[in-house]
Design a protein around this ligand. Structure first.
Ligand code: UT7
Length: 358
């Protein structure tokens, strides 16, 4: 009998900066209100990176926890795939900085740009590398410090986003589980929907692009909203079909946390009860590529995910891109609390985040 290699999630971690910015705080910067933001998006607060924090430092914290939960040393990691659209630098890849900071001296490392869909794209990529036998231990990260790329005078965008990081370790195993179905999707006709207009080869940085704020996120909110509500449902169904399942087989829905109204609308279209839909957008806003892994980690910590559960992760973002994956959970959720050296933040909820990460 031939055994099939599967890519199982064996470690998970997240990190958010300690600084909280509430809707009231934002209302001192632009003409908005807590009432408007909560009713249109469900967001109440978001985290903002400290001056000495970057995309790489957030990613490194989340990755250390993921490795600790899996009891895997950094030098055993074969590959790091980091999804982000707010890298430390255009070049080199932020994944290289994370490899350096982790001491992952045997790992190949690259960034993957699929905007908010980046983490699910990266998981599917890792799944391919593992199932084909090329790599055994792949660290998959979704991370953003979008606060550095926002125009804090533009109320259409600055109220929506936040900073954070999530990571999982995917490992080759000859037992069932892991990613059993997926869909990756791109519709490039939507390329202008969410965009950094300047700074690339199409529109290089100049004094004029800076004066015009071309280096900030620009978004056609209504177009994105329409696209998201339709495509999230389609991608979700496609991934569930690919796994040979139906919606009734899904135990927990972990959606991209962009907007509570979008999540509720998709939930309704798919006929899924809201108690199966994990939501934490109120605490973190839209953390783009970090939102799915952060929601996954918090769902596990909240006891919402058990061994054998089938989890449906779905994201959408600039491009337009969308990505969905069905993952059969195989790890003991308690591992996050048993990790050696009290290293994981999840095992230490009573302590300050920055104390633990020091
Ligand atoms: O990861 C993907 C990221 N993007 C998304 O998920 C965004 C998807 N889109 C959305 O979530 C929604 O379109 C928004 C939350 C961005 C906007 O909600 P909306 O209900 O579509 O509002 P709108 O854009 O139609 O704006 C309604 C009004 C406008 O005023 P007028 O023209 O009607 O006078 C806006 O100027 O609300 C105004 N507005 C605001 N008012 C207070 C826009 N932003 C704000 C604000 N505070 N922050």
């Amino acid at each position: 009998m031939t055994t099939m290699t599967n890519a199982l999630i064996t470690g998970w971690g997240m990190y958010v900066p300690s600084r909280i910015m509430t809707n009231q705080d934002i209302a001192t910067l632009v003409d908005t209100s807590d009432e408007w933001i909560v009713s249109r998006t469900g967001i109440r607060e978001r985290r903002i990176a400290a001056d000495d924090e970057t995309t790489a430092t957030l990613a490194t914290h989340a990755s250390r926890d993921a490795l600790a939960v899996a009891s895997v040393d950094a030098n055993e990691v074969d590959l790091i795939i980091l999804g982000t659209c707010s890298p430390d630098y255009y070049m080199p890849a932020t994944a290289a900085l994370v490899a350096r900071d982790l001491g992952a001296t045997n790992a190949a490392a690259f960034d993957l740009q699929a905007a908010c869909s980046g983490f699910v794209y990266a998981m599917a990529t890792a799944n391919g590398f593992i199932r084909s036998g090329m790599y055994r231990n792949v660290l998959v990260i979704g991370v953003e410090v979008l606060s550095r790329f926002l125009d804090w005078t533009d109320r259409n965008t600055c109220v929506l986003f936040g900073d954070g990081a999530g990571a999982v370790l995917m490992q080759a195993r000859d037992e069932p589980g892991g990613m059993t179905g997926f869909q990756l999707y791109t519709d490039g006709t939507g390329w202008e929907g969410i965009i950094f207009p300047a700074g690339g080869s199409a529109c290089p940085t100049s004094p004029q692009t800076i004066a015009e704020g071309g280096h900030y996120v620009h978004m056609a909110g209504k177009d994105v909203y329409r696209y998201a509500t339709r495509q999230l449902a389609e991608s979700a169904l496609a991934a569930v079909r690919d796994a040979g399942l139906t919606m009734d087989d899904i135990d927990q829905f972990v959606f991209h946390q962009a907007n509570l109204r979008i999540i509720e609308s998709v939930g309704k279209q798919l006929g899924m009860p809201m108690e199966k839909v994990f939501v934490n957008v109120e605490k973190y806003g839209n953390t783009s590529a970090a939102s799915v892994p952060m929601a996954l980690v918090e769902a596990v910590a909240a006891g919402r995910i058990a061994v054998g559960d089938r989890i449906l992760m779905v994201a959408f973002g600039a491009g337009f891109t969308a990505a969905a994956a069905v993952v059969e959970w195989t790890a003991d959720p308690e591992r996050a609390f048993l990790a050696p050296g009290e290293q994981t933040r999840l095992g230490q909820p009573q302590r300050q985040l920055e104390e633990v990460s020091a």
